[in-house]
Design a binder for this molecule. Structure first.
Ligand code: NI
Length: 161
């Protein structure tokens, strides 16, 4: 079990779609321990496996004092109602930009025992679920910004890298 280093842009692992977990072996169990431990820090709401360098479909969350994880998550429901607000990402340190997301999200996946789990929430939890599922597809919230915000974000990013 370990607090793992967070991969940051332009690390290509962040832009690579993660692979489905077909077998819960020791490697996957260790990954979940690391995800749960590494997300347990101030200012961390969610963490996808590729953010700690493992290209497998799993993420953890730390929202409203609840920490959890899910394997092979897929979004099964998003509300039509949307939310606005600044979003950031541990892999894009220091940047915060307004990102429109569904107000409610429901995700279905599995746990380490292979049982189906449903994870759902509104507001920050919904934002987290959408953000982390994007990570597993090799996407970043920057990809979802409106054109003006995206241009500003890219400029800020260039200045920082
Ligand atoms: Ni992120």
């Amino acid at each position: 079990m370990a607090m793992r280093e967070i991969r940051v842009l332009p690390d290509p692992v962040l832009r690579t779609p993660c692979e489905e977990i077909t077998d819960v072996d020791d490697r996957v169990r260790a990954l979940v321990e690391d995800l749960v431990e590494t997300v347990d820090a101030d200012g961390r709401a969610g963490l996808a496996a590729n953010q700690i360098g493992v290209s497998l479909r799993a993420f953890s969350w730390n929202v409203d004092d609840e920490i959890g994880y899910v394997l092979n998550p897929r979004i099964v429901e998003l509300s039509e109602e949307q939310q606005d607000g600044d979003e950031g990402c541990l892999s894009v340190p220091g940047l915060w930009y307004p990102t429109t997301r569904a107000w409610y999200a429901r995700v279905v996946g599995t746990d380490l025992a292979g049982d189906e789990v449903v994870v759902e929430g509104t507001d920050l939890m919904a934002r987290c679920l959408q953000h982390e599922c994007d990570h597993l597809d090799g996407k970043l919230y920057l990809d979802r910004l409106e054109r003006g915000a995206r241009k500003r974000a890219m400029r800020e990013l260039r200045e920082r890298l």
